[in-house]
Design a protein around this ligand. Structure first.
Ligand SMILES: O=C(O)C(=O)C[C@@H](O)[C@H](O)CO
Ligand SMILES: [Mg+2]
Length: 382
């Protein structure tokens, strides 16, 4: 079998799909994208194309090493997201060619269903109570929300109290019938992270995510000394070479590699395995589309330490497109009481509505995240 073509489709809400065709009529799909930099990742995918055309798609490991090591420069959000989407599509081809879901090719299921969680509250976390009530009717009992709006490097007790009051309100409304993660989203610098964690401690969130920015990853261990709240991070770390430093230093209880940013299934499997050696849980980051989610689930179902899976149904980023809009086998993504079953179909388990993808790609938005500024006009982390 030989690779014959790579086609990229940027499409609403802010995703990009990649289709890899072969000379035996089997095609694979991947979702290479950096939210807000889809065109950069698209260019990176097509820079790999001259090498990939004519190659045997079954040699995923060698193709991965060539894409990672062969260009001298390596790593980072754009290149690792391009490799991620290509890797996903290659695993999709392999599974389709062998007539098996990827998790079967990776040694079979370690669990019968995977726990998923839902976002509530949006960028400026208001209305979380309303969202939680609605989603609980849909069987969810685990949620995630932003922990604050803009936060200065040093900020006021009033700002902290505002953020904490919302969490107190949730516990007041639902007690411990629900669990929730709080995403600091990198908005909170190291000085205020300690303050916020201490103030949130009494409400026992399931985890706090990106307590500081990934470039401050040496802070995780220090913060973990000051709090019992499990710390989580990983969406802005792009390879096992970044994660290894964090495993060695300690501090993270949960790692959240993104299957569309951290080199795909091939790399995230290795990160999952490294995490297990350090007794660190795996909760793949996935605010993206169905192909990314399917790739996450393939890793979840073969990783003992996988505990939670993010999925983007109803997420505030999905303006103009919803998780399953481009999926024909929607029923396979059914969520029952907060769990999803293994995807039964060969490859990644997604049957892409190619006609709809092509049509939607004619009017692809150039999504950009908002640029936030502090009161004094300086740039604020979004
Ligand atoms: O889902 C999460 O945990 C996020 O922090 C969302 C963030 O990654 C946005 O997708 C960036 O555009
Ligand atoms: Mg996050």
């Amino acid at each position: 079998m030989r690779i014959t073509k790579l086609t990229t489709y940027r499409l609403a809400p802010r995703w990009m799909f990649l289709k890899i065709d072969t000379d035996e009529g089997i095609s694979g799909w991947g979702e290479p994208v950096i939210e807000g930099k889809a065109r950069s990742v698209e260019a990176a995918v097509h820079e790999f194309e001259p090498y990939l055309i004519g190659q045997d798609p079954s040699r995923i490991n060698d193709l991965w090493q060539v894409m990672y090591r062969g260009g001298f420069y390596r790593g980072g959000a754009i290149l690792m997201s391009a490799i991620a989407g290509i890797d996903q599509a290659l695993w999709d081809i392999k599974g389709k060619a062998l007539g098996a879901p990827v998790y079967e090719l990776l040694g079979g299921l370690v669990r019968d269903k995977m726990k998923v969680y839902s976002w509530v509250g949006g960028d400026r976390p208001a209305d979380v109570i309303r969202d939680i009530k609605r989603l609980r009717e849909g069987g969810f009992d685990t949620f995630k929300m932003n922990g604050s709006e803009e936060m200065g490097l040093i900020d006021s007790a009033r700002k902290v109290d505002q953020a904490v009051a919302r969490i107190a309100e949730i516990r007041e409304a639902f007690g411990h019938d629900i669990e929730f993660g709080i995403d600091f989203h990198g908005r909170i610098g190291a000085p205020m992270a300690k303050v916020m964690l201490k103030a949130l401690e009494p409400y026992r969130p399931l985890f706090v995510e990106e307590p500081v920015l990934a470039e401050q990853d040496e802070t995780y261990a220090r913060l973990a000394e000051h709090t019992a709240i499990p710390l989580a991070a990983g969406e802005r770390m792009y390879s096992r070479f970044e994660f290894k430093r964090v495993f060695q230093a300690g501090g993270l209880s949960i790692v959240q590699p993104d299957l569309s940013h951290a080199g795909g299934i091939t790399e995230c499997l290795k990160i999952a395995s490294m995490a297990e050696a350090y007794d660190v849980a795996l909760a793949p980051h996935c605010p993206l589309g169905p192909i990314a989610l399917a790739a996450c689930l393939q890793v979840d179902f073969v990783s003992h330490n996988a505990v939670l899976q993010e999925q983007s149904m109803g997420i505030h980023y999905n303006q103009g497109g919803e998780l399953l809009d481009y999926v024909l086998n929607k029923e396979d993504f059914h969520i029952e009481n907060g769990y999803i079953a293994p995807l039964p179909k060969p490859g990644l388990g997604v049957v892409v509505d190619e006609e709809k993808v092509i049509e939607a790609s004619q009017r692809a938005p150039d999504w950009r995240n908002p640029l936030w500024r502090h009161e004094d006009g300086s740039v604020a982390e979004w």
